[in-house]
Write a protein of this length. Structure first.
Ligand code: FMN
Length: 327
């Protein structure tokens, strides 16, 4: 993990993956204070809210933390300025390939830039365009995902990229033994989301946490795409009524496309906004039947509410034990 901890400036190269609505001051500062690396989820936040959230997080920790920005956010430029104003050390760009302009702006501000590499060719492209580190995230993860599993992506990308730049692996990591395996394959660290949802410090509604504690790997299913003309990024979440509502929403948006009432990019934006609202309904309001309970397949390894420090200590001890067993 040494390269990972040097790069992030923390004790353990375990990043708390940004989760919309809940990766805010409490969870982010708790992860950084426990020696990991917390990341604020900007999501659809307007710039003034991000400004307040970063300031509040700085009040709660003196350790480094990152900010995750979505590339398609209409105010991306301003959000990058807010990160610069607070001298945020690491910016994570998610939700599609970042533009050259956004990359240059973040780097000019002196921040380190982390991006998601969904395939080897794109990993190489991101490196050429100046990205400092990569996250390789497989389809076991919770939230919006790509089509390839973590183990395959890691085998595809690590042998070619790991020597040249720090690569973090994400998706389906529930125990330290898996962290040890990815470190052995060349990763410098990992990113986890699902395991941190039931942290005491996480503001997720207690119904959301209870659903996680009850849930098993096979309950964390993928959303279905209804209309081939309307490509939607699949979302992994716990099976509930919401999954049927999403099918209905897609049909409604596809019908509007048919009637030429909206254009394709507007249709896709409506789907994205729909998800943000559905997640908020479940994770903040506690409606886990008609809201989206986004969760990764590692949900079955979440057994109780725990302090962040205990979760990180368990992961680190388990990883160390696994490496010792290998001699
Ligand atoms: C409830 C939830 C919300 C998420 N929201 C976001 C997000 O807003 N932006 C993002 O880049 N990733 C998001 N993710 C993905 C996480 O940052 C992280 O990469 C992922 O959870 C790692 O895989 P794991 O769930 O198997 O640990 C979310 C994941 C979950 C479970």
């Amino acid at each position: 993990m040494k390269r990972g901890t040097d790069f992030l400036g923390c004790d353990y190269a375990i990043m708390g993956g940004a989760m919309s609505w809940i990766s805010e001051r409490n969870l982010v500062s708790a992860i950084s204070n426990a020696g990991g690396f917390g990341v604020i989820a900007c999501g659809a936040m307007p710039p003034d809210l991000l400004d307040k959230e970063i300031a509040a997080t700085k009040e709660m920790t003196s350790k480094p933390f990152g900010v995750n920005l979505i590339t398609m956010h209409p105010d991306l430029d301003e959000l990058i300025d807010i990160c610069a104003k607070h001298e945020v050390s690491h910016v994570v760009l998610a939700g599609g390939l970042p533009s050259g302009k956004a990359i240059a702006k973040i780097k000019d501000n002196g921040a380190k830039l982390i991006a998601f590499a969904p395939a080897l060719a794109l990993a190489k492209k991101l490196k050429r365009s100046g990205v400092d580190a990569l996250v390789v995230e497989g389809m076991e993860a919770g939230g919006h995902i790509g089509p390839v599993s973590t183990s395959v992506l890691a085998q595809e990308i690590l042998p070619h990229m790991a020597e040249d730049m720090p690569v973090f692996v994400a998706g389906g990591i529930g125990r330290g033994s898996a962290i040890a395996a990815y470190l052995e394959m060349g990763a410098v660290g990992v990113q986890l989301g699902t395991r941190f949802v039931c942290a005491y410090e996480c503001i997720a509604h207690e119904n959301f946490k209870k659903a996680f504690i009850r849930g098993n790997a096979r309950d964390a299913i993928l959303s279905v795409q209804i209309d081939p003309r309307l490509p939607v990024i699949p979302v992994r979440a716990l099976k509930n009524k919401e999954m049927d509502r999403f099918a209905a929403k897609q049909r409604e948006v596809a019908d509007r496309l048919d009637r030429e009432e909206i254009a394709m990019n507007e249709a896709q934006l409506q789907i994205e906004h729909y998800w943000a609202g559905a997640l908020k309904r479940a994770v903040i309001d506690g409606d886990v039947e008609t809201g989206s309970v986004m969760a990764g397949q590692s949900v079955g390894m979440v057994k109780s509410e725990q302090p962040v420090a205990e979760i990180i200590a368990e992961l680190v001890d388990d990883a160390a034990a696994a490496l010792e067993r290998r001699g």
